[in-house]
Each structure stands twice: as structure tokens, then as C-alpha cells.
Ligand binder design. Structure first.
Ligand SMILES: [Zn+2]
Length: 149
């Protein structure tokens, strides 16, 4: 599996919520089911339609990272995505074992996903020489803001 295929495989694991049809005879059927795992039974799996769909997604992910024209950009995108997968594993573990933390996890993700906050957090990880961002009151996580009283 090359790097782009690894990115595609990770994206499939993280995103695909479709029902999976495991029967290779149904590959290519327009039935709103995902045939990814059925295709994996074939040596030509990366030429099959559902794998091709995830390769296109992988290419778009690399572009979305701004890494499409950089040295080993696909490898770097893969590392970023592996970090996301690892974070998701930890979040899923916490949510499964401590269901009462789900509102906190939701609030944290909401804060992280706000464009201004996300940009600030990204800038601290992409440039080691930059000083820490100044924290404004809106930059802090306030559980009451998200959870109510
Ligand atoms: Zn799938």
C-alpha cells in the first residue's frame, strides 16, 4: 500500500458510515452500500470503484492540508491523519467508559472546530519559533457557555 492508499484507507476507517456489503459479487452495484471490504478480497482492490472513491478523497485531503506540492506531502498528510485517528481512539475510549464526559468532549470539539480557535491552535503546532498566542477570554474553554447551568 502506498502513502496515498494509506491515507485513503485511514479516511475510510474514520469517515465511512455506510452499511458494508462483504460479498465480492456485489462490487459495483449502485445499492448505497459500501463495498470497500468486499473489494479488499481482490488483488485489484485499488482499481475498484469504492477504493477509487477513497483515493479521490485522499487526494483532496492532501490538498486540504496544503501539502499537495510539497516533498512527501502525502506522507505528512498521513501522519496528520494518524494523529487524528489516535485522538479519536482516545475520545471514543473516554466516551465509552465515562459517558458523562460526552458533553465535555462535545464542548471541547466545538471549541477546537471554531475557525478562530482552530487557526490559533494550528499556528502553535506549525511554527515552533512563534511565540504562544495571546489568550483572550473567548479562547478559553468555558463549560457553562456550552452546557448551560
Ligand atoms: Zn465503507
Amino acid at each position: 500500500m502506498d502513502r496515498l492508499q494509506q491515507v485513503g484507507s485511514l479516511l475510510h476507517i474514520l469517515i465511512c458510515g455506510q452499511e458494508h456489503d462483504m460479498n465480492p459479487e456485489n462490487i459495483g452495484m449502485e445499492d448505497r452500500k459500501c463495498h470497500y471490504y468486499a473489494e479488499e478480497q481482490l488483488s485489484s482492490c485499488w482499481e475498484e470503484p469504492d477504493h477509487q472513491k477513497w483515493i479521490v478523497m485522499a487526494e483532496d485531503f492532501v490538498k486540504s492540508c496544503g501539502l499537495e506540492n510539497t516533498e512527501d506531502g502525502t506522507g505528512k498528510a498521513m501522519i496528520l491523519l494518524e494523529d487524528v485517528r489516535d485522538a479519536c481512539k482516545k475520545i471514543a475510549f473516554l466516551a465509552l467508559n465515562c459517558p458523562l464526559t460526552v458533553p465535555y468532549i462535545t464542548a471541547i470539539l466545538g471549541t477546537v472546530m471554531k475557525p478562530s480557535t482552530a487557526k490559533k491552535k494550528l499556528s502553535t503546532t506549525t511554527s515552533a519559533s512563534s511565540s504562544r498566542p495571546t489568550t483572550s477570554s473567548s479562547g478559553f474553554f468555558n463549560p457553562k457557555e456550552f452546557l448551560g447551568d
